[in-house]
Design a protein around this ligand. Structure first.
Ligand code: G3P
Length: 217
């Protein structure tokens, strides 16, 4: 499973890309609004760092506006993927941008029917928001399971990005279901590394070595 970072923060992107486990980045207007500086320059810099798909979201709400904005964003860098919100306008824009050869991520997907329509429009990626469903007492990962089943039934090439990820178990569940990608805030990536027994184990190895040899290596 590919891991994307769900952030517009350059420092976090640099730090986790340096480790070698990040395959792409997703941003959205809420995330970009937190960052200082020109959003186009930030998007370009993210592309230079990650060298994988980087989702940049349109702000337009009509299909024509989304297509215009999408073409403009796509000109920033070949790695840019245009994120369009699900809806009639978003699906129409997805179809048109894909015909231009531009990658599209259909976002704000909350039902399997929406994911089916995104795939039919040729979306490169679809983003079901699991955390926001969990927030309203609906099983977000069940949505992912249904999308995986539907896409497998028909061989759709659209890659599933599990989004709105809140904790490490979302990542584990996404991988068990066979989702292609999980996009995570930096805090969730950080949590994936942690286990107290790993820390205790390292400390014990070093202590045992020091006790036997008189000094740490
Ligand atoms: O990728 C979409 C994601 O950023 C939404 O996350 O936590 O705002 O529901 P959240």
């Amino acid at each position: 499973m590919k891991l994307f970072l769900d952030t517009g923060n350059i420092r976090d992107i640099e730090a986790y890309c340096a480790i070698g486990i990040i395959d792409g980045v997703t941003t959205n207007p809420s995330l970009m609004a937190r960052e200082e500086g020109d959003p186009r320059a930030i998007t370009k810099r993210i592309c230079e760092i990650v060298r994988g798909p980087v989702s940049a979201e349109v702000l337009a709400t009509d299909a024509e506006g989304m297509i215009r904005e999408g073409r403009d964003l796509a000109a920033i860098d070949p790695h840019v993927v245009i994120k369009v919100p699900f809806g009639k306008a978003g699906v129409q824009a997805c179809k048109a941008l894909r015909e231009d050869g531009i990658g599209v991520n259909v976002t704000l997907v909350f039902t399997p029917a929406q994911a089916l329509l995104a795939a039919k429009a040729g979306a490169s990626f679809v983003s079901p928001f699991v955390g926001r469903l969990d927030d309203v007492a609906t099983d977000g990962m069940e949505l992912v399971a249904q999308i995986v089943e539907i896409y497998e039934n028909y061989g759709y090439q659209t890659e599933i990005i599990v989004a709105s990820v809140r904790h490490p178990m979302h990542v584990v569940q996404a991988a068990r279901l066979g989702a292609h990608i999980c996009t995570c805030p930096a805090a969730v990536i950080e949590a994936l590394f942690k286990h107290p027994l790993t820390d205790v184990g390292i400390e014990r190895f070093l202590r045992d070595w020091a006790a036997a040899k008189g000094a740490r290596p």
